[in-house]
Ligand binder design. Structure first.
Ligand code: FE
Length: 347
């Protein structure tokens, strides 16, 4: 197996191939190092078969969409990933093939709701769910410490003890560990109850990652070109969240709000469909088209997207433009579909 960590920094990107000269996969590529990845692939004469983000990163811009654009490699992320333009949505237990390599996807949410780990032969890529002698924080971006504890103890610790652990980050110079070693000595998990873990993780008191304002909303919306002025992060938490049932109830019994779907046109008529009567204004075009929504400035708007994350950005953006009754469909069309509520797929 060809295996390299390519960044030599706190953010880890892994290159994986059955053999030089064959198909390769990049896990968690960082936009700043795009040239290096392309050079390394060329050096090993490898064709990039797929690029996988283990989760929506908050501390660096992903290179996945650049790699897709330049080399045609499909972008792979979990079904819960908020971004558009993901070519392959994966779920727990799914297997992907890269030549002779079999990549088994484990759904390991907690650091984020879209976290996956990737189990290949003798190793597991754990994203920021499990770090070496640590765990990724769970206190923003939809993090859930309880879910993270379950992911670690029930999914990752169920792998063979000798499995090598390769996380998406390491801040302390660690480079080698195993599942067995983490089970025995991970200071956040070993010997801790789920309750103690939640208590610990909810009180870390860490500042937000340095680049979160420039990285997170760009990654979750796949808006790469600086064309959109994203709202300040502090405004995202002020957006009122409505459950699918609450929105459906309003549509049946109340005065209907403007349903503003901010996904891309292909998603609007895709697998998840849209809610009848929705108006499509992709997030990227929202600021430019805000004037057309002026009649709704002081009436109810519900912003909608795939997972409820992009639309939270949209709602905060509109609030910043003086729209004073914008709420968000929590969990987006994913939760709407999972609740069995009606959708239409024609334009
Ligand atoms: Fe992360």
């Amino acid at each position: 197996m060809l295996f390299h960590e390519l960044n030599r920094s706190a953010c880890k990107t892994y290159l994986l191939a059955a053999d030089p000269g064959g198909a390769a996969v990049l896990i968690d590529p960082v936009k700043d190092h795009l040239d290096r990845y392309i050079a390394v692939l060329a050096y090993f004469n490898c064709r990039l078969e797929m690029v996988i983000d283990t989760h929506t990163h908050a501390d660096h811009r992903t290179a996945s969409w650049d790699l897709h654009e330049l080399l045609g490699a499909p972008v792979v992320m979990h079904r819960r990933a908020p971004a558009p333009h993901i070519d392959v949505h994966v779920e727990d237990g799914q297997e992907l093939s890269v030549d002779a390599l079999r990549l088994r996807i484990l759904y390991t949410p907690g650091h984020t709701p879209d976290g996956i780990s990737i189990y290949v032969q003798d190793r597991v890529f754990t994203g920021d769910t499990l770090l070496i002698h640590g765990t990724g924080r769970a206190d923003f971006a939809g993090g859930d410490a309880g879910a993270q504890f379950d992911s670690i103890t029930q999914k990752l610790f169920a792998l063979p003890d000798e499995t090598l652990v390769f996380p998406a980050h390491d801040y302390r110079g660690h480079s080698l560990s195993t599942i067995g070693e983490e089970k025995r000595s991970n200071p956040r998990v070993a010997g801790h109850t789920r309750e103690a873990y939640i208590e610990l993780m909810n009180n870390l008191g860490l500042p937000l990652p340095e680049k979160i304002q420039e990285a997170m909303q760009a990654n979750l919306s796949a808006i790469e070109d600086g064309s959109v002025q994203f709202p300040p992060l502090s405004k995202l938490s002020e957006v009122r969240q409505l459950s699918p049932a609450a929105v459906h109830n309003r549509l049946l019994h109340g005065s209907a709000p403007l349903l503003l779907d901010v996904r891309e046109p292909d998603e609007f008529v895709g697998e998840l469909g849209h809610i009848r009567g929705s108006r499509l204004v992709p997030l990227k075009e929202l600021a430019a088209h805000a004037a057309e929504l002026a009649e709704h400035k002081h009436s109810d708007i519900v912003a909608i997207c795939r997972s409820g994350v992009r639309s939270t950005t949209a709602a905060a953006m509109l609030a910043g433009l003086g729209f004073d009754h914008v709420a968000n469909l929590k969990g987006g069309m994913l939760d709407w579909n999972d609740a069995g509520l009606p959708v239409v797929r024609e334009p």
